[in-house]
Ligand binder design. Structure first.
Ligand SMILES: O=C[C@H](O)[C@H](O)[C@H](O)COP(=O)(O)O
Length: 228
């Protein structure tokens, strides 16, 4: 099975198996979450009533195209589910996110959800996190100072760019992409990174994933429930 098919399969499985009539859902960002949102659009056309909270402006646009009624995160106390992709996920179900720059809103929305579901093609499962650069959202003021402070944790850093310009997140911030050869203690690292002045949030999602829907050996869907 190729990667695109895997993304479609896990995304559609998340929607059909977990999304129920009347729910309010956190809508993820990226090429895997895309299939969840598309499927939800079909479910609404077939008669279901659903509301969504978007994790990015790109997702907002897609959700509107799919006929999903969007509400503001501040209008709800909690969400029934949030369904989102990941850049990497390890055997402890610790994930990294933010490849698309949406990590801050994604983390706020995942935290607000009763159940946080990650949908991941087979390539996302890793022994230890760190092969994919870890995104960290920082405020623009003094970003080079913040970047230097991040580097003290043993990574190479790059300020993310798009079309030759510094990439700006939906929140008006920058992203520092951090290459660690391997992240040894993700729990400690996420705390240390968030203690740096100028860091808004990091892309480590520790003890947050409740369900992982992925593809086993590039063949079949696997649904794993996590005890947090
Ligand atoms: O900021 C983007 C998100 O964290 C994405 O969910 C993550 O990068 C995975 O994206 P994709 O499903 O496109 O690989």
């Amino acid at each position: 099975m190729d990667r695109q098919n895997e993304k479609a399969l896990v995304g559609e499985a998340a929607a059909t198996q977990f999304v129920k009539d009347g729910m309010t859902i956190g809508l993820g960002t990226g090429s895997t979450a895309y299939y969840v949102i598309k499927k939800m659009g079909e479910m609404i056309k077939a008669g279901m009533t659903l509301k969504g909270v978007a994790t990015s402006k790109a997702t907002e646009k897609l959700a509107i195209e799919c006929g999903i009624q969007l509400i503001d995160i501040n209008e709800v106390e909690e969400l029934d589910l949030a369904i989102d992709g990941a850049d990497e996920i390890d055997a402890n179900f610790y994930a990294t996110k933010g490849g698309g720059g949406a990590l801050l809103r994604e983390k706020i929305i995942a935290n607000a959800a009763k159940t946080f579901i990650v949908v991941a093609d087979g390539s996302k499962k890793v022994q230890s996190l760190g092969k994919f650069p870890l995104p960290i959202e920082v405020v623009p003021f003094g970003y080079k100072q913040t970047e230097r402070a991040i580097r003290k944790f043993g990574c190479k850093t790059e300020i993310r760019e798009k079309d030759g310009e510094i990439f700006v997140t939906d929140n008006g911030n920058y992203i520092v992409d951090c290459s660690f050869s391997s992240i040894q203690n993700p729990t400690q690292l996420q705390q240390d990174l968030n203690n740096i002045v100028g860091v808004v949030e990091n892309g480590l999602f520790i003890d947050m994933v409740d369900v992982l829907i992925s593809i086993k050996e590039h063949k079949e869907i696997s649904v794993e429930y996590v005890q947090n």
